[in-house]
Design a protein around this ligand. Sequence first.
Ligand code: GDP
Length: 293
Amino acid sequence: DKIKQGLSKTRENLSGKLDSILKLNKKIDDETLEELEELLISADIGVDTTQMLIEKLKENSKNISTPLELKEALKKEMINLFPQKNTSLIYPTVMLIVGVNGVGKTTSIGKLAYKFKNEGKKVLLVAADTFRAAAIEQLEIWGQRVGVDVIKHKEGSDPASVLFDALQAGKARKSDIIICDTAGRLHTKKNLMEELKKLHRVCQKEYPEANLVNLMVLDATTGQNALVQARIFKDAVDFSGIILTKLDGTAKGGIAVAIASELGIPVWYVGVGEGIDDLYEFDPRDFTEAILN
Ligand code: GDP
């Protein structure tokens, strides 16, 4: 399937090397685990997370004597590292989509709009990245493509007032899901974080009945840098989940494991291509099977 295809670069990197380690060391010993540790770190799973995994395997070593048992134990421990996505969506929902420019935020919003519309939901998009005219235009293009309305103001206007209008419109039109784009200019970090907090407050004040979901978009091809970005945003706002994009373009898919285990934020969706239907709900089991097959 498409997720598996999208993760092929990561799988080739990880699984191919894993097989050669396990073949060289028919008996599972400390050396095998050391080689495994190196491999996991090189696959962007992260030093801390890798060490945690290796510890778990050591604790469990009496049950692991064959390469196959090691692989299965590794999969199991990896799956356990992912925090559970604890809520399915309750409507109406307001989704605030946050992330640095270029990570694939607008594309992901377009894909989400398409997905929810196909599920029969009434979708409204909000162009609250008022910092760049291009961002507003790009969202409008997605709106037309998917066939959903976009609430927008002029470039440079107050993002909170765009969201305010969108919430009123969403209530009046009985939208099931209101998806809000936000600015991603990290060079004015402090202002950006204040802006995001303000958007939050607007939602809570103007539409308390709606279920507020904060999603952070991270670009998998940036590897460990995605973790750095995530920590900066996490300090300002509480996140419900992560959208991890561009998994198709990287062998660094292991970053999903690091992000989930080190931030404790579940991955909700993954992007595996530029197409409108290249966004999938994340499933830890499918993901792990796809990269360690
Ligand atoms: P934004 O600045 O965060 O809104 O980023 P955009 O949505 O404009 O995306 C930046 C680029 O990344 C565009 O060329 C998108 O087509 C591309 N992109 C977004 N998501 C994915 C993905 O999952 N896979 C691939 N290969 N490209 C993606």
